[in-house]
Design a protein around this ligand. Sequence first.
Ligand code: A2R
Length: 324
Amino acid sequence: MDRPEILQIAPAMPVVADQLAKSFTVHRFWESSDPDAWLAEHGHRIRGVAAGGHTPVDESLMGRLPALEIVSSFGVGYDQIDARWAGEHGIVVTNTPDVLTEEVADLTIGLVISTVRRIPAAERHLREGKWPSGTFPLTASLRDRKVGILGLGRIGKAIATRLEAFGLPISYHGRTRQEGVEYSFVADPVELARQVNLLISVIPGGGATEKLVGAEVFEALGPNGIFINVGRGTVVDEAALIEALRSGKILGAGLDVFADEPNVPAELAAMDNAVLLPHVASGTVHTRTAMGQLQVDNLISWFAGRGALTPVAETAAVAAREKK
Ligand code: A2R
């Protein structure tokens, strides 16, 4: 039987690359010196796309792959993929949910404490030899915090469970109030920010959430407020965040994601009241391996006729229709 031809958009971990090579004929798209010419000549043979990183998978690409059946993406966020267009054109999109939930929640707790207790600055104080000439200043505390979670989904809930164990009250905002959830729902993100002093964003990127967290939210969060973002950078108006940190409108921020990764605004990088991480929340060998395995398993399952394992909502109907 012919091996399905797969277009691999970006370099992948060995666990992914090796398994793809075993089951499929893989084309390494990022190495193409003339992607347009390549697509014109070979695009009609491509039945699957292995997506990852920030490279967009949109109509301009998928529209040139007439035999395309599935886009299997690495990561839970898939805002770089036009999943709605895919669904409308009978293409399934899969992501890698669940396998990273606990890992991202763990890192979020680390980022929260690092930001509130200024752990990186305290460590710099020691390493730079400043301790003998002065103790590190007292910091803010988690003890007087009320937590607001923007996006109480899989990861949001795992963060909430951990913070509950810290004894902190929790509220959340999403598009809808969730049945069976005891945390208090707040219908407006600005109002949520007003009611809490530790706001954690873990909602998906994309047009619907772009700059949802802006000047009004920071104003409402207030001068004792801490903002944490582990979802997507595009959800935040970074200029407004920089202004809020600079002017003391909020106390501090802990960020694992940025609007234009891997570029981080120099103003942010220079700020002492921000803790900045290079998008590492799921970045352990254990969890990235599990994510890669799920990306591969989606393709293998699909081409074995067993259907997609984790289709995204926009393509759930296509996945259900095609499942044998
Ligand atoms: O809106 P709801 O009730 O469906 O709640 C979802 C919320 N959400 C939004 N909230 C406000 N405005 C929106 N336009 C909006 N769109 C979605 O975000 C839900 O509670 C949450 C997403 O949860 P899950 O789909 O379970 O995703 P998961 O695995 O927690 O990952 C969240 C994000 C990913 O999309 C990546 O961007 C990042 O974390 O790694």
